[in-house]
Write a protein that binds this ligand. Structure first.
Ligand code: F6R
Length: 593
């Protein structure tokens, strides 16, 4: 979702802002803009469209002492010139970019209108910038005016703010939307994540909720809305490097990330298992054993990994619930006395989950976050964090993070069971993944056969159903083909009405318990003219199966089957000429509810 960059006095200011925004493209956006300040004059360039369009708009040579930039993912108002950021206050004193959503912006807007302020855009952002100006005009310093403003805001925000009379300073503020400060050799940087700053800054500070302040070339001032919480900040290094975020010869991040799967499984094992011992925190394992319920909360692909997790822990006798976070946030049903919450999130910044975490904190139950992003909001808010070590995931469609999530949940279950054999099972999975990667051309053929269909259906039972749901999400996300997933047995209860001649039905078969039942469901759809593609495994294969994966333990089968599903979507999107890494309307990090 929206991305922010900013820096001061950098010789290559234009390059930092444009390239920085380009590196944030993966977050998803529909408009882009920058503002430069030079000797009290702020010049803004903004438009609906891509960074390449913005690059054409900004003059090649820019003389400025500071600048901010933004990629916008529309929430209030359509993507157009007027709604694109940066926004400037009525008297031109403040210019800002904003990531987040202000829930009470209508009330604030009315209040400002009664004071004579006018608004050109539909955005909540224009309200923030004018509110700062309103407070400033009452005689406050810019910093105090910002403090006063954010005290009035309900919702989420990461802000980077230029003040017309201070040309070598960028103010900032943050609540529930990510913001990182980078320290380079000669200046400081601001951005929504590390990526734009990797080539410039050596150390970083992750701004926390309710902090605000400013950066200058040599100085950083960080305040807190609660002065008791103000403490000196420390900058840290990141393991990410510019190389980690390159395409390394791949045409798309999605393909690169799918093919990193064997390495991801290995890294999970290396990080959580050593010398015949699990490396999980004993207190966490104890809390999991004591909990009368494990409650999984997640969204999208991470939710599909949580569905697998629920089966894992139910199988070893735990009572489990799995909720879509945006539902649980408003209908928080908790039956047990002593639940342990497990939040799963690649980005660690998903707004729906942050809202759930606020509820969990009020309840006082233990919270485990499983995330790929160290230092993220969810990491910081939780009692226990297990990192996914999947490496930066840049394609909007999540692939290797799902692998890491399911792998980690399997390891966690093994730790609770004391099952040290899991390493042998993982070795088999890694070999199986490599085998599928080597046969990806066969999956490309399947993708080419289904890509022209207006609709596709995915079937499975048990764990294969969980994979089917993820396969269906992946297909619709990046190809825009309508697709649905059903448990095989459910078809006859309604969805079979949708099956007609030449409709592609893709079925996953990994479990001997349900293989025969699913195959008879497939006969039913074949009888109605559907084109059936069965993805089975060696142990359960039949002659006409479209693709056969190597054998692994059934509980780990999602780790192989999902790769086949990811490839089907990838190759279908490739041949449909879709923008694979940046599908329309989608954002990588969903930081608004
Ligand atoms: C799908 C996808 C999304 C995310 C979802 C949750 O490919 O990427 O469905 O899985 O937005 O995001 P995280 O895991 O960052 O909380």
């Amino acid at each position: 979702m929206c991305g922010i960059v900013g820096t001061i006095g950098e010789k290559a200011l234009r390059t930092y802002l444009i390239e920085g925004l380009r590196s944030l493209e993966y977050r998803g956006y529909d408009s882009a803009g920058t503002s430069f300040i030079d000797q009290g004059k702020v010049t803004t360039y903004r438009l609906p469209g891509r960074i390449a369009d913005l690059e054409g708009l900004v003059p090649k040579e820019v003389t400025a002492s500071a600048g901010i930039g933004h990629t916008r993912w529309a929430t209030h108002g359509e993507p157009n010139f007027t709604n694109a950021h940066p926004h400037t206050s009525n008297r031109g004193l403040f210019t800002l970019v904003h990531n987040g959503v202000i829930d009470n912006f209508r009330i604030l807007k009315r209040k400002l209108e009664t004071q004579g302020f006018t608004f050109a855009s539909d955005t909540d952002t224009e309200v923030i910038v004018n509110l700062i100006e309103f407070h400033y005009l009452k005689g406050l310093t810019p910093l105090k005016a910002i403090q006063k403003t954010i005290e009035e805001l309900d919702g989420s925000y990461a802000l980077a703010i230029l003040f017309k009379e201070e040309n070598e300073r960028i103010y900032f503020a943050k609540l529930h939307s990510p913001l990182v400060i980078g320290k380079g050799e000669t200046t400081h940087y601001l951005a929504s994540d590390y990526l734009p700053m990797l080539a410039y800054a050596k150390t970083f500070y992750i701004v926390t909720d309710y902090q605000y302040g400013y950066i200058e070339q040599q100085d950083v001032v960080v305040k807190h809305l609660d002065p008791q919480e103000e403490k000196p900040i420390t900058f840290h290094e990141t393991e990410l490097t510019v190389d980690d975020i390159g395409l390394n010869g791949y045409p798309h991040y999605m393909l690169k990330e799918i093919e990193e799967s064997p390495e991801v499984v290995k890294r999970i094992a290396d990080n959580y298992f050593d010398d015949n011992h699990f490396l999980f925190d004993d207190v966490l394992l104890q809390k999991m054993k004591e909990a009368d319920q494990l409650i999984f909360l997640a969204c999208g692909t991470s939710y599909h990994a949580a569905m697998v997790g629920r089966r894992y822990f139910e199988e070893i006798g735990k009572t489990c619930r799995v909720y879509i976070a945006s539902e649980f946030a408003y209908y928080p049903e908790v039956k047990g006395e002593n639940p342990l919450f497990i939040v799963i999130s690649q980005s660690g910044e998903t707004a729906d989950l942050i809202r759930c975490v606020q509820l969990i904190k009020q309840r006082g139950n233990p919270l485990l976050t499983i995330t790929n992003t160290k230092g993220s909001s969810l990491d910081r808010a939780s009692d226990f964090t297990l990192l996914l070590y999947a490496g930066m995931e840049i394609a909007v469609a999540s692939t290797k993070a799902y692998i890491a999530q399911v792998g980690l949940l399997a390891l966690l279950r093994a730790a609770l069971m004391g099952n040290n054999d899991i390493l042998t099972d993982f070795i088999q999975v890694i070999a199986g993944m490599k085998n599928i990667i080597d046969s990806r051309d066969d999956i490309e053929t399947i993708a080419q056969q289904i890509m022209s269909a207006p609709s596709a259906f995915f079937l499975g039972r048990g764990l294969d159903y969980d994979v089917a749901v993820e396969a269906s999400l992946k297909l619709k996300e990046i190809t825009y083909i309508h697709s649905e997933a059903f448990p095989g047995g459910e078809l006859k209860h309604g969805p079979i009405a949708l099956i007609s001649k030449n409709v592609p039905v893709i079925a996953f078969i990994s479990d001997p318990i349900t293989a025969a039942a699913l195959r008879s469901n497939l006969e039913e759809v074949k009888a109605r003219g559907a084109l059936v593609y069965t993805i089975s495994n060696l142990a359960l294969a039949k002659e006409d199966d479209a693709f056969i994966t190597p054998n692994v333990k059934v509980y780990l089968s999602p780790l192989l089957k999902v790769i086949v599903a990811q490839y089907i979507s990838y190759f279908a999107a490739l041949h449909l000429n879709r923008d694979i890494d940046k599908p329309r309307n989608l954002a990588k990090s969903v930081t608004v509810e």
